[in-house]
Design a protein around this ligand. Structure first.
Ligand SMILES: [Zn+2]
Length: 348
């Protein structure tokens, strides 16, 4: 078995520290990837700190994994050594399950998460991209278009698909008014993707501090949600609102911003339940919905779309030794807009 180096959380209260472990022996249908960059997702922090109550330790987080193929199994046909590839939030799913054909495997219980999970054998832990290598079944490996750099491209694999999938599902495009609630790692991708799809994009953010960035990245309008006038001015305006924030907000107030038949789609996860009044939905036949990442097929479609439209994430690159400080900054929303670990720093 190959020895891998990485950083791991050893329990919920400790900082991440250097960790050496074995990657599984590649099978015929596996791709071995030399990881070059890995994005830092807020869910890495939730899981490293056991905030969702399902953490397994030691845990090597990271599900925005970008690198280069270093070896392939004998039955691998789509990849060869040297290809630029990515791995997103999951590395396996129900075998023979019909949802794979529907390209909805991300919603199945049989999904195997890229980290904080066990492989299909039920025992081998999965370890994520805060490490120098990863072994993944060919069917769960994604291709980066030639013009997408691996550092700024890595966050597309979670943040990008998390916004792309609902924008597509709810038909964001020309003539549609779309609001992106929250201007962080997820939200800024929604601005870029929604704009490229041709929708009219409005950012709804706590303050106007990132307004200049928002307009530069493709937003047509930018409003502060701390200003009560915003809710009066924009009442009944939007076909679609995508909520990327993980804090508790008044969903009823936002439902009031939708047109008739409008939808508010939740992709950020507040810690506590939020009450919704039935009349917020009844008046205007509105929908409150959720959406989670995307299938492998849709994730590849998103990467190809980003290639065509030259879309990457806005990033700040860090050495892995600074990961714990980066976590504190993510919690304070003090990053524009996604941290990406330069995995070469592991060798330092
Ligand atoms: Zn993520």
């Amino acid at each position: 078995m190959a020895i891998a180096k990485g950083y791991a959380a050893t329990d919920a209260s400790q900082p991440l520290t250097p960790f050496t472990f074995e990657r599984r022996e590649p099978n015929d249908d596996d791709v071995v990837i030399a990881v070059q960059y890995c994005g830092v997702c807020h869910s890495d922090i939730h899981q490293a700190r056991n905030e969702w109550g399902n953490s397994r330790y030691p845990m090597v987080p990271g599900h925005e994994v970008a690198g280069v193929v270093s070896a392939v199994g004998s039955k691998v046909t789509r990849f060869k050594v040297g290809d630029r590839v990515g791995v997103g939030c999951f590395v396996n799913s129900c075998v023979g399950c019909a949802t794979r054909d529907l390209d909805l495997e991300q919603y199945m219980p049989g999904i195997v998460q890229t980290y904080n999970d066990v492989e299909a054998d039920g025992t081998t832990p999965t370890y994520g991209g805060y490490s120098d290598s990863i072994v993944v079944k060919e069917g769960y490996v994604l291709s980066f278009p030639d013009n997408i750099p691996l550092d700024a491209g890595a966050p597309l694999l979670c943040a990008g698909i998390t916004l792309y999938s609902p924008l597509r599902h709810w038909n964001a495009g020309p003539g549609k008014k779309v609001a992106i609630l929250g201007m962080g790692g997820l939200g800024h991708m929604g601005v870029k993707l929604g704009h490229a799809m041709g929708a009219e994009i409005t950012v709804l953010s706590q303050s106007l501090s990132k307004k200049e960035d928002g307009l530069k990245l493709g937003a047509d309008h930018y409003y502060a949600t701390s200003d009560a006038d915003t809710f009066k001015k924009l009442a009944g305006s939007f076909d679609l609102i995508i909520c990327t924030v993980g804090t508790v907000i008044d969903w009823n107030a936002y439902l009031g911003l939708l047109k008739i038949d409008g939808a508010m789609v939740v992709v950020g996860a507040p810690e506590h339940p939020v009450p919704v009044h039935a009349f917020s939905l009844i008046g205007g036949r509105k929908t409150l919905a959720g959406s989670g990442i995307g299938s492998i097929k849709e994730t590849q479609e998103m990467l190809d779309f980003c290639g065509e439209h030259n879309i990457v994430s806005e990033i700040e690159t860090i050495d892995i030794q600074n990961i714990n400080a980066a976590y504190e900054r993510v919690i304070k929303s003090d990053v524009r807009y996604r941290f990406v670990i330069d995995i070469a720093s592991l060798a330092a």
